[in-house]
Design a protein around this ligand. Sequence first.
Ligand code: HEC
Ligand code: HEC
Ligand code: HEC
Length: 314
Amino acid sequence: MLAHAQNGRFLGAGSCSTSGCHGGAADQSRQFVIWQEFDPHARAYATLTMGRSWRMTEALGLGDPTREPRCTTCHAPHPTQIREGVSCENCHGAAEFWLRTHTRADYTHEERVRAGMRNLRGAYHRANACVACHQWIEPELLRAGHPELMFELDGQLAGMKRHWRKSLDQPAGQQWLVGQAVALRELAAQPTRELEPQRAVLEWLLQVLGENPEEPDAIARRVAAESWSDAHTANVLDRLLQTADQFEQPTAPRDVLARRAERLVLALDRLSGGQPWPELERLFRQAQSRPDFVPEMFGATLRQLRDRVRNTAP
Ligand code: HEC
Ligand code: HEC
Ligand code: HEC
């Protein structure tokens, strides 16, 4: 996960935060301020000081969570300044070799990457960076009470509070699909019984889209390189909505269907383009609790949404 740490020393967010650099007031230079005030990652260390974290480490027979590598590897991975939580260099790469040159106006993105800055351009590279902490987790931590992780690139990029130009983003549907394929790749690479249901859901999802789930990395690379149009989004949306039948006449155990429904509503949310579909709100509620999940009801709502989308298609 921290392979890039070998490429240079970590210098800390303080190296990025001066007002002339990324701690300024102008939109192009506010990255530090945005991160510190709005980014969930700036709170990742503080989480380890909470009672809930102590209860988790106690259940594991461990001590102070802020000193426990099994927690800090994701919540405070900086080698020395752990209080920063997840900070600039954990995504952008250890700064030792690129700090001085990255400000040169004549430097291209490629030259900065060659100097050791991590390439986060495009959905595939971004997914690889984020998924390292956002999908696979030791089953023992889950048993000790850690929340289940569910990687969803597009929604989680939006949840970060963007500190980069919007023009660098790819369309929502494309980022979503790349993220789902990368999530599957991670789960398939380290099979564990506890995460098996999540893996199965992602395989199902890619199959619904006509993809071969045996090759998730190839899917992610291919989709990230496509020139994605509204027609792509419409096609993905239509295929997902066609699964209504599978819920109305259940062909799988209820728990399996409940998990499929969870991933499905997240997908529909990203593919909806922000349209206020009342059916989508109902689907969210219907998918909220696994024990209370009623496949037939969910399927019926899904069919209603399908009819709405088909009737309003241009
Ligand atoms: C070094 C590990 C690490 C990396 C890399 C990382 N995250 Fe996180 N992320 C975390 C941790 C830990 C939290 C939980 C923070 C807390 O304690 O509240 C988190 C929380 C979040 C949250 C809020 C909770 C949620 O899931 O909605 C979002 C959104 C998020 N990360 C998005 C991203 C995105 C997008 C990327 C890639 C650009 C990324 N993260 C990369 C570790 C990481
Ligand atoms: C594989 C990376 C990873 C590891 C290892 C990890 N966490 Fe997390 N943790 C996360 C992410 C990501 C989130 C955010 C999940 C979300 O909100 O969807 C999170 C969320 C949490 C939360 C809930 C925070 C909230 O505001 O709801 C607590 C508490 C927590 N982690 C504690 C720990 C402790 C204690 C350990 C070590 C025993 C640990 N974590 C190990 C990635 C990790
Ligand atoms: C959780 C991951 C994450 C963290 C933490 C993070 N960034 Fe970023 N940052 C990104 C991503 C993703 C992009 C988009 C990169 C691209 O498309 O080339 C980005 C882009 C940028 C850009 C380019 C903006 C533009 O429009 O060209 C700057 C500058 C930047 N980050 C600075 C920082 C600084 C300074 C910090 C710490 C205060 C920080 N980042 C923390 C993920 C992160």
